[in-house]
Design a protein. Structure first.
Ligand code: ME8
Length: 496
């Protein structure tokens, strides 16, 4: 059984989680569920990024300690993942002692190799992005566009310059590591300018102390981005003899938003090369959700609160919308009108209605028992042709294409139902209804990664709880004749 290690960024705990955080984490959860269904040994890591001045400042404003802030917010993220049916294998917090030990150990190792050396940083720092600017960048933050602050402090530098050529050569040999394709140009632009060495400590009390062997200045702590990136190693027990590192490394895919491309495609590979570790197979930078056409921000009051949507429309509808509305990699606008439109067309009219119609017919024409199978016919052909395409789309991290393919199956099933008219007494309804039940069973398996609750509801509606819910179930004809079909409320009540 081959392993599949995937990660999301770890999120800052200075503010409440919002729809953008849900997006990356739902996407990762869908991949994790799909590859588990395929029998891979999945390890899905997410967590919270808890150090640095951003958190320190937010805690001060809230009148609590940074530790309390981190505890409170980190819990909010965990609770939200439970509510969203997101099931990571590990939720890491950068304040965990074992993570801190890994970060300190890596620091010592890199300084022993001459990749970390002392110096003085003089220049601009963006507190919102926790980013040092290079001299050629002036004083405006290249990530968020804000005016930054000039700082001058003793520091340690990471010898990034040493890895410019090795990274370039690596990407040339492995272009598929940078996903989607359109991110390659941005990465190559970054690599076409000289990469200066980067500061990797800060004068910030809320951070991981330097290893005792290096701590000439007790006020220096490790720069939050170095601390954070190393979670991908500590999250799989890097440095522990009997931990999972050996069988898990390297990551098969790391998801991130396009806002943090520089850290993940430049600094992260450089750190791994410096440590002599294999690089991830793929790094995927997805697009950005706007709200009402604008960047979400507290001051604009347009931050989309995920639980509000989940309460009104259901968790599955929210998960579905996020993955179906926009190709992963492109930007989208999150607005309620678009949400309701997609809900009504894809979920209420197509999928929900399909299940409701044939289940009702099985109840009225076959005493609520799945009839005997006949010839699978053109519907079976359609469904079986879609299965490999679904697998291909998921392997390409193309949720949009995956759900488009799933919709073609739903549409084909609805047409089949219309054309075969099993409600007419003169028609032989048994084999037709069997084929529809079997299509719904296969759909329930394939849609589970995106809509786990709906998938469970379809299976229980068809009395199929005991059938294999893994790739062994991805064959035609497993629904047993005689299974009891329940009544049940509509899966997705139509919105007025
Ligand atoms: O950057 N649209 O944390 P963060 C889409 N701690 N995705 C969005 C989004 C939006 N509007 N807003 C946020 C950090 N995201 C660091 C990461 S990793 C070693 C350290 C998602 O809380 C997207 O994945 O600012 C983005 O990259 C991430 O949240 C940033 O989360």
């Amino acid at each position: 059984m081959s392993k599949y290690y995937l990660t999301t960024p770890i999120y800052y705990v200075n503010a409440q989680p919002h729809i953008g955080h849900v997006y990356t984490t739902v996407a990762a959860d869908a991949l994790a569920r799909w590859f588990r269904l395929q029998g891979r040994e999945v390890f899905f890591l997410t967590g919270t990024d808890e150090h640095g001045s951003k958190i320190e400042n937010a805690a001060r404003e809230a009148g609590i300690s940074p530790g309390e802030m981190a505890d409170r917010m980190s819990k909010n993220f965990r609770d939200l993942w439970v509510a969203m049916e997101i099931k990571p294998d590990r939720f890491i917090r950068t304040t965990e002692p074992e993570h801190q030990r890994v970060v300190q150990r890596v620091f010592l190792e890199l300084s022993a190799r001459g990749d970390i050396y002392p110096g003085v940083y003089e220049g601009y720092y963006c507190f919102a992005c926790e980013a040092f600017l290079t001299p050629s960048q002036g004083s405006l933050c290249p990530d968020c566009g804000r005016e930054t602050e000039k700082i001058s402090e003793p520091t340690y530098f990471f010898r990034l310059s040493r890895y410019q050529e090795p990274i370039r050569a690596y990407f040339q040999a492995h272009p598929e590591m940078i996903q989607p394709e359109r991110a390659r140009e941005e990465v190559s632009n970054l690599l076409n300018q000289p990469l200066p060495d980067v500061s990797c400590t800060r004068r910030c009390a809320w951070g991981i102390p330097l290893p005792a062997e290096m701590a000439a200045d007790p006020e220096l702590t490790i720069y939050v981005w170095f601390d954070a990136l190393l979670n991908y190693l500590s999250g799989v027990d890097y440095g522990q003899e009997d931990g999972r590192f050996k069988k898990t490394w390297p990551p098969d895919i790391q998801l991130l938003g396009k806002d943090i491309i520089r850290f993940h495609y430049i600094i992260w590979p450089a750190l791994l090369l410096a440590l002599g570790l294999p690089l991830p197979e793929k790094l995927f930078a997805h697009g950005w959700w706007l709200s009402g056409g604008e960047k979400m921000s507290k001051s604009r009051g347009n931050v989309v609160e995920p639980m509000e949507f989940a309460r009104t429309y259901g968790v599955d509808a929210l998960r579905y919308f996020l993955l179906a509305e926009v190709p992963f990699g492109l930007d989208g606008d999150f607005n309620e009108a678009a949400f309701r439109k997609r809900y009504n067309s894809d979920l209420a009219n197509d999928l929900g209605n399909l299940v409701h119609r044939f289940a009702h017919l099985i109840r009225t024409r076959h005493q609520g028992r799945v009839p005997e199978a006949g010839d699978g016919g053109r519907l079976a052909e359609k469904v079986l042709a879609a299965l490999p395409q679904l697998d291909e789309r998921m392997a390409a991290v193309d949720f949009f294409g995956f759900l488009e393919t799933a919709r073609t199956v739903v549409t084909a099933a609805n047409h089949y139902l219309d054309e075969t008219a099993p409600w007419r007494p003169e028609n032989n309804s048994g084999p037709v209804l069997y084929n529809l039940a079997e299509t719904a069973r296969l759909l329930s398996l394939c849609l589970e990664p995106v809509m786990p609750r709906t998938s469970g509801l379809i299976r229980s509606r068809l009395g199929l709880e005991k059938l294999p819910a893994d790739s062994n179930g991805l064959r035609w004809g497993l629904t047993p004749a005689g299974a009891a079909v329940g009544e049940g409320a509509p899966l997705f009540p139509r919105l007025k």
